[in-house]
Write a protein that binds this ligand. Structure first.
Ligand SMILES: Nc1nc2c(ncn2[C@@H]2O[C@H](COP(=O)(O)OP(=O)(O)O)[C@@H](O)[C@H]2O)c(=O)[nH]1
Ligand SMILES: [Mg+2]
Length: 488
């Protein structure tokens, strides 16, 4: 369950001494559901709502105890059989006393336990409030807190890996070294302001320039580029299947996702809506979109489907253009070429399907002939790849997957090296940092007074602090944490 709230007002409760409580697991029937508390009253509330099976239970820290949860305000009021753990501050997620009640994951069970804890004095936690406390209490910085949220939401391997690096402080360390370089430049300039008569000032300015180039501008630009390269990992790539009816688009979607999701029939024009299926290719999340076929004179319902393809084509990151080698290239293919020709910067994989129907000896010739003809329809398209596959037998699907991944991430080697990347907010902040530092460099080169240059660098430093949180305002924090999951 994901709650989003633009303003919950919990920020005013900074460094409060409330004990907060929330259901930490998704609400719905499941094996185990967890109610979590954090704050000074956690242990007292645990003792009042939990009856350990062993009456001599000492509630030692970080030890799991078995027993029953009940409502202390009522007699005979068992709620659930549970395991509980008390974790003494500061070795906890929030650095406060934390209690976790592990019960059966039934919505009624969890809600009742939540109420009982509230009845004993706990306050319902706002979204992200546990992580907010971890940040306020100095266990993690802001970029690590954001990585927690990314990790929770990561659907595919690439984002999981990046988020974990962020959580481990990978981005924080990069920012710290940029910050250090900035600080050393500022202090060098300030020395020049305070002791203008020093004769080695010019040399110092050269060194400052060098340092700004190599230790600030370059790493900041690297991080901004890393964001661009990681965007596919973060949001998934939208891949649109196009081609004449019966080319095998629905069959290919099913084959690639190993699932019967789209209806496959021999009657042309069965797929009238857009069907989406998320798969993972080489740790890249890919959203495959199956469409109605493109034909000259479709029936009205099919025409609506075709209209939708045109809209979807605008939002696609790449196209899989399916050809039926038995049908060859005809009027329909000219239509498809017109559709994808409008997005000339987007990569296209030409997929010659039903290769099982072509004799092996003829396959190379068919591939050459069809890819030449298709390329002719799509004038001057760079980065088109041709793959021979059979959605029926599965032949060639591995190579098609590799081609899709390569087309989506044209610099694949670098992609796999990227383990540290900022999120959108952090990237925007880095752009501000960059513009201030570039202004400072220009000032230095142009002989502007060092005071003014130092002001630019100080502003850059201020922005940098928004990433790790030192200079983040309440407003920024509010925006970040209010989009977190409830209970995290
Ligand atoms: N022999 C063979 N038949 C295929 C292959 N792919 C699809 N078909 C058949 O072609 C017909 C149309 O497939 P479908 O996926 O519905 O095409 P769509 O209209 O492009 O979605 C169906 O009868 C499929 O079984 C293939 O690789 N080999
Ligand atoms: Mg179909």
């Amino acid at each position: 369950m994901v709650f989003r709230a633009s303003h919950l007002g919990f920020m005013k409760l900074f460094r409060d001494t409330d004990t907060i409580v929330a259901i930490a697991t998704p609400l719905g029937p499941g094996g185990i559901g967890i109610v979590r508390m954090s704050g000074p009253a956690s242990l007292a509330i645990l003792k009042s709502v939990f009856r350990p099976a062993n009456p001599n239970c000492a509630f030692k820290s970080h030890i799991l105890y078995y027993g029953f949860i009940h409502d202390p305000q009522k007699v005979n009021s068992s709620i659930d059989e549970a395991l509980c753990v008390y974790m003494k501050a500061p070795r906890t997620y929030t650095r406060e006393d934390v209690v976790e009640l592990q019960c059966h994951s039934g919505p009624a069970v969890l809600n009742r336990i939540l109420q009982v804890c509230q009845g004993q004095g706990a306050r319902l936690a706002g979204p992200g409030e546990f992580t907010l406390r971890a940040f306020i209490n100095g266990r993690i910085d802001l970029s690590q807190a954001e990585a927690v949220d990314d990790l929770i939401r990561a659907q595919a391997e690439g984002l999981r890996r990046m988020s974990l690096k962020g959580l481990e402080g990978g981005l924080s360390r990069r920012i710290a070294s940029i910050r250090e370089a900035l600080l050393s430049c500022i202090s060098a300039l300030e020395v020049a302001i305070d002791y203008p008569e020093e004769d080695n000032e010019i040399l110092k300015q050269e060194q400052v320039l060098e340092r700004i180039e190599a230790q600030v501008i370059a790493p900041v630009m690297d991080l901004i580029n890393a964001y661009e390269l990681s965007a596919v990992q973060r949001f998934g790539a939208r891949v649109l299947l196009v081609g004449r009816p019966n080319a095998g688009k629905s069959s290919l979607l099913n084959a690639l996702s190993c699932e019967e999701r789209a209806i496959v029939t021999e009657v042309p024009g069965t797929t009238r809506d857009i069907i989406e299926k998320q798969i993972e290719i080489d740790s890249v999340p890919v959203i495959l979109m199956d469409t109605a076929g493109i034909r000259d004179c479709p029936d009205p319902i099919e025409a609506m489907g075709i209209d939708k393809i045109r809209q979807t084509a605008d939002s696609a990151d790449m196209f899989l253009w399916l050809l039926d080698p038995v049908q060859g290239i005809g009027q329909e293919e000219a239509e498809v070429a017109r559709l994808i020709g409008g997005s000339s910067e987007k990569p296209v994989a030409l997929v010659i399907n039903k290769v099982d129907k072509i004799e092996p000896a003829r396959r190379q010739a068919v591939e050459r002939e069809l890819s030449l003809a298709a390329a002719g329809l799509l004038s001057a398209r760079k980065g088109m790849r041709t793959c021979l596959v059979s959605a029926k037998t599965g032949q060639g699907l591995g190579r098609l997957g590799t081609a899709i991944a390569e087309l989506l991430i044209n610099d694949r080697r670098r992609m796999h090296e990227i383990d540290i990347a900022p999120n959108l907010r952090q990237k925007e902040v880095l752009k501000e940092v960059l513009s201030r530092v570039i202004a400072a460099r220009k000032g230095l080169v142009g002989g502007l007074s060092v005071e003014i240059v130092a002001i630019d660098l100080r502003q850059a430093l201020e922005y940098l602090g928004q990433i790790t949180g030192e200079t983040a305002t309440e407003d920024i924090l509010n925006r970040i944490f209010s989009s977190f999951c409830l209970g995290k």
